[in-house]
Design a protein around this ligand. Structure first.
Ligand code: SF4
Length: 445
């Protein structure tokens, strides 16, 4: 919780010396609380007060990163319980397990399968983000070799999962440059695991079976000089885990309880693919910063990534495409011209349906601030002037020799005014984009 002006005032020297440019220490404290002044402006503040104030200025949930370059992932730094209050900042990281019992072609195939979990959705690239290497073999060498193989053959971030400090040390030795996430430190091995994390500058997972034990464990790890920590509540069934993750979020964000001010990681333990989707989706919605899954089924992972896209999009800013004319296929001067709005979901739905019609076409995307056709129309962001301006601005009259514009069926009511504003013949298209292929193949012709 941010300190109030009065809280800050209590930490100041109270001499009213004016060296900070303020008439009194209280005035300076008030400015500081509103972030209109900097603590450095007071030359008289004690080291102790500086430390206290700096700690209070830390975000309630720490940001933790692992991986490097393009594979670097970031979690934490969330500020709100509910998305509509502001937005969620760090999309859940999907990590896929890889057993260190695998070797040879089996190991290569598993890495390839995980690497292939990349998709394009409404113009954005989404993918699984990390490989969670599991020390199932119990062998230090097997764990280290699997880690090295992933490091060599995958661009994804790495999570090393072992309870054995010697296995962890062996695997970190092969992957330290990739900044893996060390999972996990428990009450039994915290000192050894924290030492490995500290020496290699890697973040670490704190694992315990209760919130209280987690709080104790993070303090122990921090005392070793490791501050980048991820929390893992171990051994809980899904319902209890979801409840506990919500409690952790409250303690972190609302109570600003520093020992729990870290992002979380959860393992999906279901073996059935559909059950994994259900569990992962629940964990994404309820605050898990990393969700570790076992499946490499494309449909299952795409579902999870789609949920992440939706939960982590900014509710104040719809995902948009650039307003302009898009050529689908190789249209010519006789090709149909369709207009739609720049709400990504709307555009990519229309684009996909036009593509599947195999009728080359132009799509004019008008700027409606990322809103869908009906929303834009009812909010007057879509009207005849907006469409006429787009036709003129993008030079559509030079692209085709006809003057026929296909408009979405839902805004058929615009036809008259649109015809007057553009001078084009208005053709009312289907209400549902899915009917566009049939329309273009049968009606347009
Ligand atoms: S410089 Fe520091 S001690 Fe002096 S008035 Fe400002 S806040 Fe108070």
């Amino acid at each position: 919780m941010a300190l109030t002006g009065l809280d800050i005032f209590k930490l100041l020297p109270k001499t009213n010396c004016k060296k900070c440019g303020m008439p009194t220490c209280l005035a300076f404290a008030m400015q500081l609380a509103q972030k209109k002044a900097k603590l450095e402006d007071c030359p008289c503040v004690s080291d102790e007060a500086t430390e206290t104030l700096a700690a209070a200025a830390e975000p309630p949930m720490r940001s933790v990163k692992f991986g490097t370059g393009d594979s670097e992932v970031q979690l934490g730094q969330e500020t709100v319980m509910f998305r509509h209050e502001e937005k969620f900042y760090s999309p859940t990281i999907i990590a896929v397990t890889l057993s260190d019992k695998l070797a040879g072609d089996d190991l290569k195939k598993r890495i390839d399968d995980i690497n292939s979990l990349k998709f394009e959705r409404i113009g954005l690239h989404i993918q699984a983000n990390a490989v969670a290497i599991i020390n199932e073999s119990g062998s230090d060498d097997s764990f280290a070799n699997a880690a090295a193989a992933v490091n060599d053959s995958s661009d994804l971030a790495i999570i090393l999962c072992s309870d054995s400090p010697s296995a962890m040390a062996a695997a970190v030795a092969k992957t330290a440059a990739a900044v893996p996430l060390i999972a996990s430190a428990s009450a039994d091995n915290a000192d050894d695991m924290a030492k490995i994390a500290k020496e290699n500058n890697c973040p670490i997972v704190a694992k315990a079976d209760s919130i209280e034990a987690l709080a104790e464990l993070t303090e122990k790890i921090k005392a070793q000089g490791v501050n980048d920590i991820v929390l893992n509540l171990d051994g809980k069934a899904l319902q209890e885990l979801l409840f506990s993750l919500s409690q952790l979020r409250v303690l972190s964000l609302k109570k600003v309880f520093r020992p729990l001010g870290f992002p979380t990681m959860s393992f999906v333990t279901d073996t059935d693919t559909d059950a994994q989707v259900t569990s992962a989706t629940s964990l994404i919605c309820k605050y898990s910063g990393i969700v570790v899954i076992d499946t490499t089924d494309h449909a299952a992972v795409l579902t999870m990534l789609t949920v992440i896209m939706n939960v982590y999009s900014d509710p104040q800013k719809p995902i948009q495409v650039d307003p302009k004319v898009y050529a689908i296929g190789e249209p010519n001067e006789n090709s149909p011209v369709i207009f739609t709005t720049n709400f990504s979901l709307t555009y990519y739905t229309v684009e996909s349906d036009v593509e599947s019609s195999r009728v080359p076409a132009y799509i004019i995307v008008v700027d409606t601030e990322g809103t869908s056709v009906l929303t834009a129309y009812s909010g007057d962001k879509l009207n005849e002037k907006v469409v006429a301006d787009a036709i003129a601005k993008y030079g559509v009259e030079d692209m085709v020799k006809h003057r026929k514009l296909i408009i979405p069926g839902y805004v058929a009511v615009m036809s008259g005014k649109l015809e007057e504003a553009t001078g084009w013949e208005i053709l009312v298209g289907p209400r549902e984009s899915s009917m566009l292929p049939k329309y273009l193949q049968e009606v347009w012709k």
